[in-house]
Design a protein around this ligand. Structure first.
Ligand SMILES: [Zn+2]
Ligand SMILES: [Zn+2]
Length: 347
């Protein structure tokens, strides 16, 4: 089968994924499932993997390269291990990105992302930028009738990551309050739709790109700002002192030290994008009682909830499709923000 594989890290991002013929994965354990990939979302994490941001955390002493990237996968069940009972060949499925064990205490509490023994196909082991990939039965959600893998693949990570952060924000802010979204890309546009259907708060969308601002307008953002140099003043004026919650979907290139300044007293920052370093004077934390935390992907049940919102037509993925052969073009266009929403690879 064809697969797009990474052979070396490069902070300058000049390397390309190699499209190769490799052996298709086979079942080697009773709980495994082979999925024929229908589509796989292209994620900023893929760029960060190529840059080598994850190298020290994941590779340890040796190197995990080469392997196939792609962790936002949906498709059709191709083959199942002997213990698999909940899906059968031909079923359309979306794949939670983290193969949690189901046995450890964190898993028992439902905190899939805290699993002590989890594996993340596409980060350190073969993922879905290929014709087939291997996951476990426990990661699969059957798609609702009429929903295609192509229409939802990035929900597997971009979608639930945005959903989890938006759900946290919705619980924190009362109707009439303000939730600010920094970055209306693949995640931000999903968070915006989720908030429109789960929160009475007013939504402020911030993005430099006119196409992203237009998408935010179409999706019902109450206030749209271009992220210019006077952003802090604009937000304070529009909100009467600052946002109640800000979600930073960028987390690098300078946003990480603007986002917390957009909060009002008692406000909360939820960091989703990453790559930068947050530097906050302790006096700011004390005097303004702001809270700063992160949000990591999402649990299995959060993906189930998101797929129900999607099935009801309330949250849709805006995406641009590329063939597997054109994946390096997709990566280049992603870096240059040549498309709105998500880029999706179709093998
Ligand atoms: Zn992702
Ligand atoms: Zn576990």
């Amino acid at each position: 089968m064809k697969a797009a594989r990474l052979y070396e890290y490069d902070p300058a991002m000049n390397v390309q994924l190699r499209i190769e013929d490799v052996s298709a994965p086979t079942i080697t354990a009773p709980n495994e499932v082979i999925v024929k990939v229908g589509a796989a979302g292209l994620c900023r994490t893929d760029l960060h993997i190529i840059e080598g941001v994850w190298k020290d955390i994941m590779d340890g002493e040796g190197s995990l390269l080469p392997y196939t990237l792609g962790h936002e996968n949906a498709g059709w069940v191709e083959d199942v291990g002997s213990a698999v009972t909940s899906v059968k060949p031909g079923d359309a499925v979306i794949c939670h990105p983290f193969n949690s064990c189901g046995i450890c205490l964190n898993c028992r509490y439902g905190h899939d992302m805290y699993c002590d023994h989890g594996l993340f196909p596409g980060l350190g082991l073969d993922g879905g930028f290929a014709e087939y990939f291997k996951t476990s039965e426990k990661s699969l959600i059957k798609l609702n009738t009429g929903i295609t893998p192509l229409s939802v693949a990035p929900m597997a990570d971009a979608g639930i990551t945005a959903y989890r952060a938006a759900k946290k924000a919705a619980k924190l802010v009362n109707p009439g309050g303000y939730i600010l979204l920094l970055g209306i890309g693949g995640l931000g546009h999903i968070a915006l739709q989720v908030l429109k259907h789960t929160s009475g708060a007013r939504i402020i969308a911030v993005d430099r790109e006119p196409a992203a601002q237009e998408l935010a307008r179409e999706l019902g953002a109450d206030i749209i700002l271009d992220g210019g140099p006077d952003l802090i003043e604009q937000v304070k004026e529009a909100t009467g002192g600052g946002a109640h919650v800000a979600i930073d979907f960028v987390g690098e290139h300078g946003t990480e030290n603007i986002c917390w300044k957009l909060l009002r007293q008692g406000g909360e920052l939820i960091m989703v994008g990453y790559g930068g370093t947050v530097e906050v004077p302790t006096l700011e934390l004390v005097a303004n009682e702001i809270k700063i935390g992160g949000s990591l992907v999402g649990d299995f049940v959060e993906l189930v909830e998101l797929m129900e919102l999607n099935a009801d037509g309330l949250v849709k993925m805006h995406q641009t499709e590329y063939s597997l052969a054109n994946i390096n073009q997709a990566i280049s266009d992603f870096k240059d923000r040549k498309f709105t929403g998500r880029g999706v690879i179709v093998p």
